[in-house]
Design a protein around this ligand. Structure first.
Ligand SMILES: Cc1cc2nc3c(=O)[nH]c(=O)nc-3n(C[C@H](O)[C@H](O)[C@H](O)COP(=O)(O)OP(=O)(O)OC[C@H]3O[C@@H](n4cnc5c(N)ncnc54)[C@H](O)[C@@H]3O)c2cc1C
Length: 444
């Protein structure tokens, strides 16, 4: 496999495309799974050197920063001043540019919509040497193409974000046991009305009437201010790649059972530091090593509300029957807040996200079956969590594709884009899964 060349960007005033004569792609912290942030045989424009805060108003919570600043860095700066990003994903080690380009979602999608909904403006550099400040008012078409635009409209150099007010770093959290899928839908409907954050962990190996068994997590920002000297949780680390052979039906089943038993004991209400509530995996350094050298495959679909009960049941049934369980299966309802991006993934319905240890052809076969089932039910798929989507799946997921393509920067491309638009086949040698948390460099 041809690696990508890397150019480090340092100054927002510099032209990222100066002298570039090959396909280029902006690169943040590489927390996307699969090839949407890779560009084999081309150039990666690494944005982590664009790591400056430009302006922050603690009266309004408006922050302007360079695109390589991470959410972790934003939280470090603004939380002590009573402000928090409006939308965060399951890791805080993502850049602002990466969060915009995937128009990421969090546990509060039903209230806040996507990350892009809280971007007030951004600056975009194109390979023709132009640079445009885009917002809902200025160059709105380019703004809509760039939010969720997978880095294919140019390089974002800075963005202005609206943060939300919080009293401190705690979440008034609650864990509810969910015995099956019907209960998930009930608890979810009831919780979305009362809680800003909702998400469920599902035991994917549960079968028959237990399908959908899991734990439902919900919470609101607590009114408690920070207690001096108390930080988030400490870090554990997986010290080496586990042999893939250790991951089988028995070990995954044992893990899921133990996780369910342990966390069910924590049913009820408690105040939790937001690090543990939002970013549990960040507390386990190099967690992806648990999947061994062959890495993992992620799958995330969003299924329209009406079809969701049947489709999600079928997906979970197939996974349980295949015995290729996943440690981290997450179910959540997406709400109605419209996404600003032409290629934004979230849409009203139910989303299921899973990871599978990559065991070669049989894992691929299972994942392809899941794509077929979800697509039949009108499902859409998330490029940030994908290594196998077909051109047909992509086109079916994104009805505004033609509109988006009018804004493509001709110098930009990615492994994902060539796969879903030019039909380049899936390459099993891709490094699957994201790199270790907290890393600064490019590790494609
Ligand atoms: C543990 C974990 C949990 C996650 N949980 C969630 C979740 O809950 N919700 C969710 O939506 N996602 C989730 N993700 C995925 C992650 O949020 C996204 O993939 C995010 O976009 C990664 O940001 P990054 O900075 O690492 O970008 P990269 O992965 O490096 O790049 C992502 C995309 O952004 C583009 N890009 C990066 N910087 C720029 C720039 N300056 N200008 C233009 N384009 C740019 C790249 O070209 C690429 O297309 C999770 C990932 C992990 C590892």
């Amino acid at each position: 496999m041809a690696q990508a060349e890397v150019r480090d960007l340092h100054w927002r005033a510099e032209d990222p495309f100066a002298g570039v004569n090959q396909r280029a792609l902006a690169y943040g912290l590489g927390r996307s799974y699969g090839d949407s942030c890779l560009n084999d045989g081309g150039l990666l424009l690494s944005t982590r050197g664009l790591d400056r805060f430009v302006a922050f108003d603690p009266a309004t919570g408006v922050l302007r920063c360079e695109a390589g600043v991470s959410l972790a860095e934003i939280i470090d700066l603004t939380l002590p001043q009573g402000w928090f990003p409006r939308v965060v994903p399951g890791t805080k080690h993502v850049t602002v540019g990466g969060a915009i380009a995937n128009d990421i979602h969090g546990k509060n999608h039903h209230r806040a919509g996507t990350f892009g909904a809280h971007v007030r403006a951004l600056e975009l550099c194109r390979s023709d040497g132009s640079r445009r400040v885009c917002s809902r008012e200025d160059s709105p078409e380019l703004f809509a193409a760039t939010v969720g635009g997978l880095g294919l409209t140019g390089v974002v150099t800075w963005a202005e974000l609206q943060l939300r007010k919080v009293a401190g770093p705690y979440i008034a959290a609650e864990t509810v046991e969910v015995p099956d899928l019907d209960h998930f839908f009930q608890v979810s409907a009831e919780s979305d009305a009362r809680f800003e954050y909702t998400v469920a962990w599902v035991d994917v190996l549960a079968r028959g009437r237990h399908i959908g068994r899991g734990l439902f997590y919900r919470g609101n920002h607590a009114e408690t201010p920070a207690r001096p000297g108390e930080a988030g949780r400490g870090r554990l680390s997986v010290p080496f790649d586990l042999p893939s052979a250790t991951l089988n039906r028995l070990t995954v089943s044992a893990f899921n059972f133990a996780y369910y038993r342990k966390n069910r004991r924590q049913r009820g209400e408690r105040e939790q530091h937001l690090d543990g509530f939002f970013f549990p995996l960040d507390g386990v350094g190099r967690w992806n090593r648990i999947y061994g050298k062959r890495g993992l495959l992620q799958f995330q679909c969003a299924v329209p509300t009406a079809a969701a009960p049947e489709v999600i049941r079928e997906l979970l049934g197939r996974i349980a029957a295949a015995g290729q369980g996943s440690f981290l299966a997450v179910l959540k309802t997406f709400g109605e807040v419209p996404s600003p991006g032409l290629l934004s993934f979230p849409r009203k319905g139910v989303t299921l996200a899973l990871d599978f240890a990559n065991r070669g052809p049989k894992t691929l076969e299972l994942v392809r079956q899941l794509y077929a089932v979800a697509r039949q039910g009108g499902g859409a798929f998330y490029p940030a969590k994908d290594a196998v989507m077909s051109p047909e799946d992509f086109a079916a997921s994104y009805p505004r594709l033609a509109e988006f393509e009018r804004h493509l920067d001709p110098a930009c491309s990615s492994g994902f884009w060539r796969r879903v638009r030019e039909g380049h086949p899936y390459q099993p040698s891709l490094p699957l899964g994201p790199p270790a948390a907290g890393g600064k460099g490019v590790t494609p």
